[in-house]
Ligand binder design. Structure first.
Ligand SMILES: Nc1ncnc2c1ncn2[C@@H]1O[C@H](COP(=O)(O)OP(=O)(O)OP(=O)(O)O)[C@@H](O)[C@H]1O
Ligand SMILES: [Mg+2]
Length: 334
């Protein structure tokens, strides 16, 4: 079997907060294990504060986990040589939601994009940096490039800026892009085009994507043939092939998330039962519930759920679920 491009092995990340005399800890990510193959797409989904960005930054080597390992092509990234680490940091790029913050406002698009090309010596002989930057702008459909090269970030729309950010990530020939809510600040009408662009980058250039979002619909759209991992309060509760996980969700939390997604067809909508949670409040991540973290909100919770932490276990069809009652949870939609 091929070696995964990136793997997290039992990764936990604890943040310390507060002053020295009043310390508190937040376990943002708790014992997460995942693999991504070269060329694959993984959607990482969950509500605000569940640890998605922390995982993304651990994958991109911006956070060093307090426990566990991050492996790139089988090697622990924190034990790489200087040269290997440099290659890894070039090959794994992070793109986040705020394209305005990502670009230096005092540099033109050409200046922003040529810097990494020159830094890594990626301008082929016989070509100018300007030509190469122009080619990348064409790849992200900012055409003709001459109209964009000498513009400043504030002269572009949000959607155009996010394309520039993606083009800049591409200039260093990445193997994986961690895209953290890349379309959430873009007008709804332009989101689809950006998702299509990322799908094209994946298909035509073989770039893998870790797509971080709280939106199940875009996760399904982008990662259609790929994998999805659903997080709750720092833990992974369900993971597997997107189509299967979303068609037959097993974890009550995922069922609740899906039942809250509006359906355009009124007949389907009426026949669909909303899964009633016992509490709508998200527990304090600094003091998560014992046992299964979801149990205080879960409509099916039993005694075991408040005492024992469930681990991910394989179900029929390749889906893995962390729930003590997984065999007995009624199918959804009903
Ligand atoms: N640098 C930090 N210092 C302290 N606590 C942090 C830090 N980064 C994240 N946290 C905490 O860790 C938890 C997970 O945060 P994270 O940003 O990973 O969540 P998220 O799923 O990306 O949320 P969102 O959807 O709002 O972006 C939160 O409780 C957050 O307050
Ligand atoms: Mg986040």
């Amino acid at each position: 079997m091929n070696q995964p491009l990136i793997s997290l092995r039992d990764v936990s990340m604890t943040f310390r907060k507060g002053s020295p005399w009043r310390r508190s800890e937040v376990r943002a990510v708790d014992h997460v294990t995942l693999d991504m193959d070269e060329g694959s797409i993984l959607a990482l989904v969950g509500e605000s504060g569940c640890g998605k960005t922390t995982i993304g930054k651990a994958i991109a080597g911006l956070y060093r986990p307090t426990q566990g390992q991050v492996l790139y092509r089988g090697k622990d990234i924190w034990k790489l040589s200087k040269a290997e680490f440099r290659t890894y940091r070039r090959e794994v790029q992070l793109v986040h939601q705020d394209s305005f913050a990502a670009l230096n406002p005092s540099l033109t698009i050409y200046q922003s994009l040529s810097a990494p090309l020159l830094q890594y010596g990626l301008v082929p002989a016989g070509k100018t940096a300007r030509t190469v930057v122009g080619e990348y702008l064409e790849m992200v459909e900012l055409t003709p490039p001459d109209q964009f090269l000498d513009k400043y970030p504030h002269q572009l729309s949000g959607g155009q800026r996010q394309r520039v950010v993606l083009a800049r990530a591409l200039t260093v020939r990445p193997k994986l892009i961690v895209a953290d809510e890349p379309v959430s600040m873009v007008d709804v009408s332009l989101r689809l085009a950006l998702l299509n662009l990322m799908a094209r980058m994946n298909k035509e250039m073989g770039v893998s994507f870790a797509y971080i979002t709280h939106d199940l619909a875009t996760a399904r759209y982008l990662a259609g043939q790929g994998q999805i991992s659903v997080m709750y309060l720092g833990e992974m509760v369900e993971t597997g092939p997107v189509g299967q996980v979303l068609a037959t969700p097993r974890h009550p939390y995922l069922q609740a998330l899906l039942s809250a997604v509006p359906v355009p067809d009124p007949i389907v909508a009426r026949s669909r039962k909303m899964l009633a949670l016992r509490s709508l409040e998200m527990p304090d991540p600094g003091a998560p519930p014992a046992g299964c973290r979801f149990h205080p909100r879960c409509p099916y919770a039993e005694a075991v759920c408040s005492s024992k932490v469930p681990t991910l276990e394989a179900m029929e069809g390749g889906d893995r679920v962390a729930c003590h009652l997984k065999e007995r949870i009624p199918a959804w939609p009903v």
